[in-house]
Ligand binder design. Structure first.
Ligand code: DGL
Length: 278
C-alpha cells in the first residue's frame, strides 16, 4: 500500500443525522468497525426532519456534506432515515466519495427475512410518504406486500427518555394495532430513534415478528463497502487523535447527555458550529 492509500484508509467516516437519533447508527459502526474513526454531525438546530419537504432536506444535506468534507472524511453514512429516503439518490450522483444510507440495507434484509411475504414498516411521515422502503423491498421481491405506518410521536417520547413507560406503551399499541392485524412476520424500525424502543415494540409485536434494525444492517454494509473500495482502516486507530468527534448545530450539552446515555463510553466534547455557513 502506498503512503497516500494508507492516509486515505486512516481518514474518518462522516456520519450525519437530524439530531441525536443517528447515534444509534454511530454506535453500531463503533461496535462493528472498531478501527474506524468517526466525525458525527447532528443537526440539533433544525430537527425534526421527519415532517419536512424534500427540498428542505436536500438543502440541509448538501450543507452538512460540505461541512463533513472540511473534516477530511473518506466516506459518508446518512444515518437519518428521512434524509436517506428523500435526499440520498440526488446527493449520490454529485459526490466523488462513497455514501451509504440506512433505508436500502434495512429493506434488503427485511425482504430476505420474511417467510409469509408480509412486511411492516414504521418510520417518520416523510419517510413513509417517500415509499422508499416499500419500493426497495419490492424491487428485490415483487411478491412481498408492505404495510406502512408513520409513528410521529415516537421521536419526542424517546428524546424524553420514556423508553419503558405506560404512555409510550399506549401510543405504541395504537400505532402497531393496524399493522399487526395484517399478519406481518417482519417489522422494520425505519427511524433512528425506534431501535431504542426495541424491547417495548418487540413485546407488543410478539415473538413471531422479526424486528429489523437498519442501523445494524448499515454498519455491516459499510464494512463491505470499505473493503470493496479498499479504504478500510486495517491498522489500529492513530494514537493521540480523537477517534470520535461530535458536532451539532445547537444545544451541545443536551446532545452530550443523550449521547452519554446510549454510547458505550462517555464523550468529552461536542462542538457547536453554524451549519448555515456551509
Ligand atoms: N432521524 C430521523 C429519521 O430517522 C428522525 C428524527 C427526525 O424527524 O428528524 O427519520
Amino acid at each position: 500500500m502506498t503512503h497516500l492509500e494508507q492516509k486515505t484508509c486512516e481518514m474518518p467516516i462522516g456520519v450525519f443525522d437530524s439530531g441525536v437519533g443517528g447515534l444509534t447508527v454511530a454506535r453500531e459502526i463503533m461496535r462493528n468497525l472498531p478501527n474506524e474513526r468517526i466525525v458525527y454531525f447532528g443537526d440539533t438546530a433544525r430537527v425534526p426532519y421527519g415532517s419536512k419537504s424534500k427540498d428542505t432536506i436536500l438543502r440541509y444535506s448538501h450543507q452538512i456534506i460540505r461541512f463533513l468534507r472540511t473534516q477530511g472524511v473518506k466516506a459518508i453514512v446518512v444515518a437519518c432515515n428521512t434524509a436517506s429516503a428523500l435526499a440520498l439518490d440526488e446527493i449520490e450522483r454529485e459526490l466523488d466519495i462513497p455514501i451509504l444510507g440506512v433505508v436500502r440495507p434495512g429493506a434488503r434484509v427485511a425482504a430476505a427475512a420474511t417467510s409469509n411475504r408480509r412486511i411492516g414498516v414504521i418510520a417518520t411521515e416523510s419517510t413513509i410518504n417517500s415509499h422508499l422502503y416499500r419500493r426497495t423491498i419490492q424491487e428485490q421481491s415483487p411478491d412481498v406486500i408492505v404495510f406502512e405506518k408513520a409513528c410521529p410521536l415516537f421521536v419526542p417520547l424517546v428524546e424524553e427518555g420514556w423508553l419503558d413507560d405506560p404512555v409510550t406503551r399506549e401510543v405504541a399499541e395504537r400505532y402497531l394495532s393496524d399493522l399487526l392485524r395484517q399478519d406481518i412476520d417482519t417489522l422494520i424500525l425505519g427511524c433512528t430513534h425506534y431501535p431504542l424502543l426495541r424491547s417495548l415494540i418487540g413485546e407488543i409485536a410478539g415473538g413471531q415478528v422479526t424486528l429489523v434494525n437498519p442501523a445494524y444492517e448499515t454498519a455491516r454494509e459499510l464494512e463491505r463497502l470499505l473493503e470493496r473500495e479498499h479504504i478500510a482502516n486495517t491498522g489500529a486507530k492513530a494514537p493521540g487523535r480523537e477517534p470520535y468527534r461530535f458536532f451539532v448545530s445547537d444545544a451541545a450539552d443536551k446532545f452530550k447527555r443523550f449521547a452519554n446515555s446510549i454510547l458505550p463510553y462517555d464523550i468529552e466534547t461536542t462542538r457547536k458550529i453554524n451549519i448555515e455557513e456551509y
